[in-house]
Ligand binder design. Sequence first.
Ligand SMILES: *Cc1c(COP(=O)(O)O)cnc(C)c1O
Length: 422
Amino acid sequence: MIENFFSIDGKLLKLAQQAEVEAQEAFAQIEENSAYNEAKVLKAFIDNRVSESHFAGSTGYGYGDRGREALDAVFAQALGAEDALVRHNFVSGTHALTTALFGVLRAGDTMVSITGKPYDTMEEVIGIRGEGNGSLKDFGVSYRQVDLLENGEPDYDRIPEVVKGAKVVYLQRSRGYSLRPSFTIEVIGKMIAAARSTNPDAIVVVDNCYGEFVEKKEPLAVGADLIIGSLIKNPGGGIAETGGYIAGRKDLVELCSYRLTCPGMGKEVGCTLGQSRSMFMGLFFAPSVVANALKTSCFALKLFELLGFEVYPKCGDPRTDIIAAIQLGTPEGLVAFCQGIQKGSPVDAFVAPEPWDMPGYDSEVIMAAGAFTLGASIELSADAPLKEPYAVWLQGGLTYASGKTGILLAAQSMLEKGLLKL
Ligand SMILES: *Cc1c(COP(=O)(O)O)cnc(C)c1O
Protein backbone atom coordinates (compact mmCIF):
# COMPACT_ATOMS: atom_id res chain seq x y z
CA MET A 1 0.00 0.00 0.00
CA ILE A 2 1.35 3.45 0.91
CA GLU A 3 4.51 1.84 2.30
CA ASN A 4 5.29 0.37 -1.13
CA PHE A 5 6.02 3.89 -2.34
CA PHE A 6 6.89 5.95 0.74
CA SER A 7 9.03 5.15 3.75
CA ILE A 8 6.87 5.46 6.83
CA ASP A 9 7.69 4.13 10.29
CA GLY A 10 6.02 0.80 11.05
CA LYS A 11 4.55 1.98 14.36
CA LEU A 12 3.09 5.03 12.66
CA LEU A 13 1.45 2.80 10.05
CA LYS A 14 -0.08 0.70 12.83
CA LEU A 15 -1.45 3.81 14.50
CA ALA A 16 -2.83 4.98 11.15
CA GLN A 17 -4.64 1.67 10.80
CA GLN A 18 -6.18 2.15 14.25
CA ALA A 19 -7.16 5.74 13.37
CA GLU A 20 -8.88 4.54 10.22
CA VAL A 21 -10.80 1.84 12.09
CA GLU A 22 -11.93 4.34 14.73
CA ALA A 23 -12.99 6.78 12.00
CA GLN A 24 -15.30 4.31 10.24
CA GLU A 25 -18.51 5.63 11.76
CA ALA A 26 -17.62 9.20 10.85
CA PHE A 27 -16.66 8.07 7.32
CA ALA A 28 -20.04 6.38 6.89
CA GLN A 29 -21.79 9.61 7.87
CA ILE A 30 -19.64 11.61 5.41
CA GLU A 31 -20.46 9.17 2.59
CA GLU A 32 -24.18 9.15 3.31
CA ASN A 33 -24.18 12.93 3.23
CA SER A 34 -22.17 13.00 0.02
CA ALA A 35 -24.58 10.60 -1.71
CA TYR A 36 -27.46 12.95 -0.85
CA ASN A 37 -25.64 16.02 -2.16
CA GLU A 38 -24.42 14.25 -5.31
CA ALA A 39 -28.04 13.34 -6.14
CA LYS A 40 -29.15 16.91 -5.41
CA VAL A 41 -26.51 18.37 -7.73
CA LEU A 42 -27.22 15.82 -10.49
CA LYS A 43 -30.93 16.69 -10.32
CA ALA A 44 -30.06 20.39 -10.70
CA PHE A 45 -28.09 19.63 -13.90
CA ILE A 46 -30.94 17.54 -15.31
CA ASP A 47 -33.74 19.95 -14.38
CA ASN A 48 -31.90 22.83 -16.02
CA ARG A 49 -31.26 20.87 -19.23
CA VAL A 50 -27.48 21.33 -19.21
CA SER A 51 -26.17 20.60 -22.67
CA GLU A 52 -22.80 20.54 -24.42
CA SER A 53 -23.58 23.84 -26.12
CA HIS A 54 -23.48 25.49 -22.68
CA PHE A 55 -19.74 24.85 -22.50
CA ALA A 56 -18.91 27.05 -25.50
CA GLY A 57 -17.15 30.20 -24.31
CA SER A 58 -18.25 33.69 -25.29
CA THR A 59 -16.05 36.75 -25.84
CA GLY A 60 -16.48 40.52 -25.63
CA TYR A 61 -19.70 41.59 -23.90
CA GLY A 62 -20.87 38.02 -23.65
CA TYR A 63 -24.47 38.94 -24.53
CA GLY A 64 -26.84 35.97 -24.54
CA ASP A 65 -24.28 33.51 -23.17
CA ARG A 66 -26.59 30.54 -22.48
CA GLY A 67 -23.91 28.67 -20.57
CA ARG A 68 -23.55 31.54 -18.11
CA GLU A 69 -27.30 31.62 -17.55
CA ALA A 70 -27.56 27.84 -17.12
CA LEU A 71 -24.63 27.80 -14.70
CA ASP A 72 -26.36 30.40 -12.51
CA ALA A 73 -29.56 28.33 -12.56
CA VAL A 74 -27.83 25.03 -11.71
CA PHE A 75 -25.89 26.61 -8.84
CA ALA A 76 -29.06 28.27 -7.55
CA GLN A 77 -30.98 24.99 -7.47
CA ALA A 78 -28.07 23.06 -5.89
CA LEU A 79 -27.71 25.66 -3.13
CA GLY A 80 -31.47 26.10 -2.57
CA ALA A 81 -31.44 29.68 -3.89
CA GLU A 82 -33.87 31.71 -6.02
CA ASP A 83 -30.98 32.94 -8.12
CA ALA A 84 -27.19 32.91 -8.26
CA LEU A 85 -24.33 34.91 -9.72
CA VAL A 86 -21.48 32.52 -10.55
CA ARG A 87 -18.55 34.16 -12.30
CA HIS A 88 -14.90 33.49 -13.03
CA ASN A 89 -14.47 37.28 -12.69
CA PHE A 90 -14.65 37.01 -8.91
CA VAL A 91 -10.94 36.93 -8.10
CA SER A 92 -11.46 35.34 -4.66
CA GLY A 93 -13.98 34.71 -1.91
CA THR A 94 -13.18 38.09 -0.39
CA HIS A 95 -14.03 39.76 -3.71
CA ALA A 96 -17.39 37.98 -3.91
CA LEU A 97 -18.17 38.91 -0.28
CA THR A 98 -17.16 42.52 -0.98
CA THR A 99 -19.38 42.65 -4.08
CA ALA A 100 -22.33 41.38 -2.06
CA LEU A 101 -21.87 43.86 0.80
CA PHE A 102 -21.36 46.87 -1.49
CA GLY A 103 -24.27 45.55 -3.58
CA VAL A 104 -26.85 45.73 -0.79
CA LEU A 105 -25.53 48.39 1.64
CA ARG A 106 -25.96 52.15 1.18
CA ALA A 107 -24.56 55.26 2.96
CA GLY A 108 -26.10 55.57 6.41
CA ASP A 109 -26.78 51.83 6.72
CA THR A 110 -25.41 49.60 9.46
CA MET A 111 -23.97 46.12 9.21
CA VAL A 112 -23.76 43.90 12.31
CA SER A 113 -21.62 40.77 12.49
CA ILE A 114 -23.19 38.34 14.96
CA THR A 115 -20.34 35.82 14.83
CA GLY A 116 -17.68 38.13 16.26
CA LYS A 117 -14.67 39.33 14.30
CA PRO A 118 -14.99 38.38 10.61
CA TYR A 119 -12.28 36.68 8.52
CA ASP A 120 -9.03 38.69 8.41
CA THR A 121 -9.32 39.91 4.81
CA MET A 122 -12.79 41.36 5.54
CA GLU A 123 -11.40 43.84 8.08
CA GLU A 124 -10.12 46.26 5.45
CA VAL A 125 -13.29 45.80 3.38
CA ILE A 126 -15.50 46.76 6.32
CA GLY A 127 -13.10 49.45 7.55
CA ILE A 128 -12.14 47.86 10.87
CA ARG A 129 -8.54 48.30 9.66
CA GLY A 130 -7.15 50.89 7.23
CA GLU A 131 -8.38 54.34 6.25
CA GLY A 132 -9.21 56.09 2.98
CA ASN A 133 -9.06 52.83 1.00
CA GLY A 134 -12.68 52.81 -0.20
CA SER A 135 -13.97 50.53 2.55
CA LEU A 136 -17.65 50.33 3.50
CA LYS A 137 -16.81 52.73 6.34
CA ASP A 138 -15.38 55.25 3.85
CA PHE A 139 -18.73 55.10 2.05
CA GLY A 140 -20.69 55.83 5.23
CA VAL A 141 -21.67 52.31 6.32
CA SER A 142 -21.30 51.73 10.06
CA TYR A 143 -20.27 48.46 11.61
CA ARG A 144 -20.95 46.75 14.93
CA GLN A 145 -20.32 43.21 16.11
CA VAL A 146 -21.66 40.82 18.71
CA ASP A 147 -18.63 39.02 20.12
CA LEU A 148 -18.81 35.30 20.65
CA LEU A 149 -18.87 33.99 24.20
CA GLU A 150 -15.63 32.85 25.84
CA ASN A 151 -16.33 29.23 24.75
CA GLY A 152 -16.80 30.34 21.12
CA GLU A 153 -20.61 29.94 21.17
CA PRO A 154 -22.93 32.67 19.84
CA ASP A 155 -24.20 35.25 22.34
CA TYR A 156 -27.95 34.67 21.80
CA ASP A 157 -28.83 37.11 24.61
CA ARG A 158 -27.13 40.09 22.98
CA ILE A 159 -27.94 39.41 19.31
CA PRO A 160 -31.54 40.76 19.41
CA GLU A 161 -30.47 44.04 21.02
CA VAL A 162 -27.41 44.77 18.87
CA VAL A 163 -29.01 44.02 15.48
CA LYS A 164 -31.88 46.50 16.01
CA GLY A 165 -32.04 48.88 13.06
CA ALA A 166 -29.29 47.14 11.07
CA LYS A 167 -29.68 46.75 7.30
CA VAL A 168 -27.36 43.72 7.12
CA VAL A 169 -26.85 40.96 9.66
CA TYR A 170 -23.62 39.12 8.84
CA LEU A 171 -22.56 35.60 9.85
CA GLN A 172 -19.47 33.54 9.16
CA ARG A 173 -20.12 29.79 9.03
CA SER A 174 -16.54 28.49 9.17
CA ARG A 175 -14.03 28.89 11.97
CA GLY A 176 -11.60 30.28 9.36
CA TYR A 177 -8.21 30.50 10.98
CA SER A 178 -9.35 30.64 14.60
CA LEU A 179 -10.00 27.92 17.17
CA ARG A 180 -13.66 28.84 17.65
CA PRO A 181 -16.19 26.20 16.60
CA SER A 182 -17.67 26.39 13.10
CA PHE A 183 -21.42 26.96 13.07
CA THR A 184 -23.71 24.18 11.87
CA ILE A 185 -26.79 24.97 9.79
CA GLU A 186 -28.89 24.29 12.91
CA VAL A 187 -26.94 26.86 14.96
CA ILE A 188 -27.01 29.35 12.05
CA GLY A 189 -30.81 28.96 12.00
CA LYS A 190 -31.00 29.74 15.72
CA MET A 191 -28.80 32.82 15.34
CA ILE A 192 -30.90 34.09 12.43
CA ALA A 193 -34.10 33.55 14.42
CA ALA A 194 -32.62 35.54 17.33
CA ALA A 195 -31.70 38.39 14.95
CA ARG A 196 -35.10 38.38 13.24
CA SER A 197 -36.91 38.57 16.61
CA THR A 198 -36.08 42.30 16.75
CA ASN A 199 -35.19 42.96 13.11
CA PRO A 200 -37.43 40.89 10.82
CA ASP A 201 -36.44 42.83 7.68
CA ALA A 202 -32.67 42.59 8.03
CA ILE A 203 -30.79 41.20 5.04
CA VAL A 204 -29.01 38.15 6.42
CA VAL A 205 -25.68 37.58 4.65
CA VAL A 206 -23.63 34.43 5.32
CA ASP A 207 -19.94 33.96 4.51
CA ASN A 208 -20.34 30.33 3.41
CA CYS A 209 -16.65 29.73 2.56
CA TYR A 210 -15.53 26.14 3.23
CA GLY A 211 -19.10 25.11 4.13
CA GLU A 212 -20.73 24.11 0.82
CA PHE A 213 -21.97 20.49 0.67
CA VAL A 214 -20.60 19.56 4.09
CA GLU A 215 -24.19 19.27 5.35
CA LYS A 216 -27.40 18.42 3.49
CA LYS A 217 -28.64 22.01 3.64
CA GLU A 218 -27.09 25.42 3.04
CA PRO A 219 -27.82 28.49 5.21
CA LEU A 220 -30.56 29.70 2.77
CA ALA A 221 -32.72 26.84 4.09
CA VAL A 222 -32.74 28.34 7.60
CA GLY A 223 -33.48 31.96 6.77
CA ALA A 224 -30.34 33.47 5.21
CA ASP A 225 -30.95 35.85 2.28
CA LEU A 226 -27.53 35.62 0.61
CA ILE A 227 -24.67 33.12 0.79
CA ILE A 228 -21.25 33.71 -0.70
CA GLY A 229 -18.24 31.53 -1.41
CA SER A 230 -15.12 30.86 -3.46
CA LEU A 231 -14.80 28.43 -6.38
CA ILE A 232 -11.24 27.47 -5.42
CA LYS A 233 -12.76 26.00 -2.27
CA ASN A 234 -15.64 23.48 -1.95
CA PRO A 235 -18.09 24.34 -4.78
CA GLY A 236 -15.39 24.42 -7.47
CA GLY A 237 -14.66 20.75 -6.80
CA GLY A 238 -10.92 21.26 -7.41
CA ILE A 239 -11.68 21.80 -11.09
CA ALA A 240 -12.83 25.42 -11.41
CA GLU A 241 -9.71 27.47 -12.14
CA THR A 242 -10.89 30.62 -10.32
CA GLY A 243 -14.12 32.42 -9.41
CA GLY A 244 -16.79 32.82 -6.79
CA TYR A 245 -20.55 32.87 -6.31
CA ILE A 246 -23.30 34.84 -4.63
CA ALA A 247 -26.64 33.02 -4.21
CA GLY A 248 -29.96 33.73 -2.55
CA ARG A 249 -32.94 36.09 -2.95
CA LYS A 250 -33.45 37.11 -6.57
CA ASP A 251 -33.80 40.86 -5.91
CA LEU A 252 -30.61 40.89 -3.83
CA VAL A 253 -28.60 38.83 -6.32
CA GLU A 254 -29.63 41.40 -8.93
CA LEU A 255 -28.31 44.27 -6.76
CA CYS A 256 -25.04 42.37 -6.35
CA SER A 257 -24.80 41.89 -10.13
CA TYR A 258 -25.11 45.68 -10.57
CA ARG A 259 -22.09 46.05 -8.35
CA LEU A 260 -20.05 43.36 -10.12
CA THR A 261 -20.72 44.88 -13.56
CA CYS A 262 -22.79 48.07 -13.58
CA PRO A 263 -26.28 49.32 -12.75
CA GLY A 264 -28.64 48.43 -15.56
CA MET A 265 -26.44 45.70 -17.03
CA GLY A 266 -25.99 43.33 -14.10
CA LYS A 267 -26.08 39.66 -15.00
CA GLU A 268 -26.84 40.22 -18.70
CA VAL A 269 -23.18 40.81 -19.60
CA GLY A 270 -19.83 39.18 -18.97
CA CYS A 271 -18.11 36.79 -21.34
CA THR A 272 -17.12 33.35 -20.08
CA LEU A 273 -13.91 32.86 -22.13
CA GLY A 274 -14.25 29.09 -22.02
CA GLN A 275 -14.43 28.89 -18.21
CA SER A 276 -17.99 27.54 -18.03
CA ARG A 277 -17.18 23.88 -18.57
CA SER A 278 -14.76 23.72 -15.65
CA MET A 279 -17.25 25.53 -13.38
CA PHE A 280 -20.05 23.11 -14.35
CA MET A 281 -17.77 20.12 -13.96
CA GLY A 282 -16.38 21.42 -10.67
CA LEU A 283 -19.87 21.78 -9.22
CA PHE A 284 -20.70 18.26 -10.39
CA PHE A 285 -17.64 16.88 -8.56
CA ALA A 286 -17.95 19.14 -5.52
CA PRO A 287 -19.97 16.92 -3.12
CA SER A 288 -17.65 13.97 -3.73
CA VAL A 289 -14.48 16.06 -3.44
CA VAL A 290 -15.82 17.65 -0.24
CA ALA A 291 -16.35 14.13 1.13
CA ASN A 292 -12.72 13.22 0.32
CA ALA A 293 -11.51 16.40 2.04
CA LEU A 294 -13.67 15.59 5.08
CA LYS A 295 -12.37 12.02 5.28
CA THR A 296 -8.78 13.27 5.00
CA SER A 297 -9.54 15.79 7.74
CA CYS A 298 -11.16 13.15 9.94
CA PHE A 299 -8.21 10.79 9.50
CA ALA A 300 -5.76 13.57 10.44
CA LEU A 301 -7.82 14.55 13.51
CA LYS A 302 -8.00 10.94 14.71
CA LEU A 303 -4.31 10.17 14.06
CA PHE A 304 -3.02 13.31 15.79
CA GLU A 305 -5.42 12.78 18.68
CA LEU A 306 -3.95 9.27 19.10
CA LEU A 307 -0.51 10.89 18.97
CA GLY A 308 -1.50 13.00 21.98
CA PHE A 309 -2.31 16.41 20.45
CA GLU A 310 -5.31 18.71 20.99
CA VAL A 311 -7.43 18.74 17.83
CA TYR A 312 -10.38 20.93 16.73
CA PRO A 313 -12.94 19.52 16.06
CA LYS A 314 -12.82 15.84 17.08
CA CYS A 315 -13.12 13.29 14.25
CA GLY A 316 -16.65 12.23 15.19
CA ASP A 317 -18.05 15.74 15.85
CA PRO A 318 -20.81 16.97 13.50
CA ARG A 319 -19.08 18.88 10.67
CA THR A 320 -20.11 22.03 8.86
CA ASP A 321 -16.81 22.96 7.16
CA ILE A 322 -13.67 21.21 5.94
CA ILE A 323 -11.18 22.95 8.28
CA ALA A 324 -9.26 21.08 10.96
CA ALA A 325 -6.86 22.59 13.48
CA ILE A 326 -4.15 20.64 15.31
CA GLN A 327 -2.30 22.20 18.21
CA LEU A 328 1.24 20.96 17.67
CA GLY A 329 2.62 23.17 20.46
CA THR A 330 6.01 24.17 19.02
CA PRO A 331 7.28 26.17 16.03
CA GLU A 332 9.50 23.21 15.04
CA GLY A 333 6.41 20.99 15.00
CA LEU A 334 4.59 23.37 12.64
CA VAL A 335 7.54 23.56 10.25
CA ALA A 336 8.07 19.78 10.19
CA PHE A 337 4.33 19.15 9.69
CA CYS A 338 3.98 21.60 6.79
CA GLN A 339 7.16 20.33 5.13
CA GLY A 340 5.75 16.79 5.34
CA ILE A 341 2.44 17.83 3.76
CA GLN A 342 4.34 19.51 0.93
CA LYS A 343 6.31 16.28 0.34
CA GLY A 344 3.00 14.51 -0.26
CA SER A 345 1.66 17.02 -2.81
CA PRO A 346 1.24 16.24 -6.51
CA VAL A 347 2.76 19.60 -7.51
CA ASP A 348 6.00 21.11 -6.13
CA ALA A 349 6.61 18.17 -3.77
CA PHE A 350 10.36 18.78 -4.12
CA VAL A 351 10.33 22.22 -2.46
CA ALA A 352 10.53 22.67 1.32
CA PRO A 353 8.35 25.52 2.60
CA GLU A 354 9.94 27.86 5.18
CA PRO A 355 8.29 30.39 7.52
CA TRP A 356 8.21 33.96 6.14
CA ASP A 357 6.91 37.43 7.04
CA MET A 358 3.71 37.50 5.04
CA PRO A 359 2.22 40.98 4.51
CA GLY A 360 -0.76 41.56 6.80
CA TYR A 361 0.27 39.05 9.48
CA ASP A 362 1.78 39.89 12.86
CA SER A 363 4.00 36.80 13.00
CA GLU A 364 5.84 34.56 10.57
CA VAL A 365 3.64 32.11 8.67
CA ILE A 366 4.46 28.76 7.07
CA MET A 367 2.29 27.27 4.32
CA ALA A 368 2.23 23.97 2.50
CA ALA A 369 0.39 24.09 -0.83
CA GLY A 370 1.35 21.83 -3.68
CA ALA A 371 -1.79 22.50 -5.67
CA PHE A 372 -2.84 22.42 -9.33
CA THR A 373 -4.63 25.75 -8.78
CA LEU A 374 -2.66 28.48 -7.02
CA GLY A 375 -4.02 28.95 -3.52
CA ALA A 376 -6.76 26.34 -3.90
CA SER A 377 -7.56 25.12 -0.43
CA ILE A 378 -9.94 22.37 -1.54
CA GLU A 379 -6.63 20.70 -2.41
CA LEU A 380 -4.61 19.36 0.54
CA SER A 381 -2.97 22.37 2.18
CA ALA A 382 -1.80 23.53 5.60
CA ASP A 383 -1.04 26.94 7.10
CA ALA A 384 0.38 27.91 10.45
CA PRO A 385 1.29 31.25 12.00
CA LEU A 386 4.40 30.77 14.14
CA LYS A 387 2.87 32.03 17.38
CA GLU A 388 0.85 30.75 20.35
CA PRO A 389 -1.00 28.36 20.41
CA TYR A 390 1.27 26.90 17.68
CA ALA A 391 -1.61 25.31 15.81
CA VAL A 392 -1.70 24.24 12.18
CA TRP A 393 -4.85 24.65 10.07
CA LEU A 394 -5.40 21.90 7.60
CA GLN A 395 -7.89 21.58 4.75
CA GLY A 396 -8.62 19.87 1.49
CA GLY A 397 -7.71 16.62 -0.16
CA LEU A 398 -9.01 15.90 -3.68
CA THR A 399 -8.87 12.15 -3.10
CA TYR A 400 -8.85 10.34 0.24
CA ALA A 401 -5.92 7.97 -0.32
CA SER A 402 -3.63 10.79 -1.50
CA GLY A 403 -4.81 13.00 1.37
CA LYS A 404 -4.10 10.24 3.87
CA THR A 405 -0.61 9.82 2.39
CA GLY A 406 0.03 13.55 2.83
CA ILE A 407 -1.02 13.37 6.49
CA LEU A 408 1.19 10.34 7.12
CA LEU A 409 4.16 12.12 5.53
CA ALA A 410 3.51 15.10 7.83
CA ALA A 411 3.61 12.79 10.86
CA GLN A 412 6.71 11.01 9.51
CA SER A 413 8.45 14.37 9.02
CA MET A 414 7.75 15.24 12.67
CA LEU A 415 8.94 11.79 13.78
CA GLU A 416 12.25 12.20 11.93
CA LYS A 417 12.83 15.50 13.77
CA GLY A 418 12.18 13.81 17.12
CA LEU A 419 8.91 15.72 17.56
CA LEU A 420 6.60 12.71 18.00
CA LYS A 421 6.43 10.02 20.67
CA LEU A 422 5.26 6.61 19.47
C1 LIG B 1 -11.34 31.62 2.43
C2 LIG B 1 -12.29 32.42 3.21
C3 LIG B 1 -12.70 33.69 2.79
C4 LIG B 1 -12.25 34.32 1.50
O1 LIG B 1 -10.93 34.15 1.26
P1 LIG B 1 -10.26 34.32 -0.19
O2 LIG B 1 -8.87 33.89 0.09
O3 LIG B 1 -10.40 35.74 -0.53
O4 LIG B 1 -10.98 33.42 -1.14
C5 LIG B 1 -13.60 34.37 3.57
N1 LIG B 1 -14.06 33.83 4.71
C6 LIG B 1 -13.70 32.62 5.14
C7 LIG B 1 -14.28 32.08 6.40
C8 LIG B 1 -12.81 31.88 4.41
O5 LIG B 1 -12.46 30.66 4.82
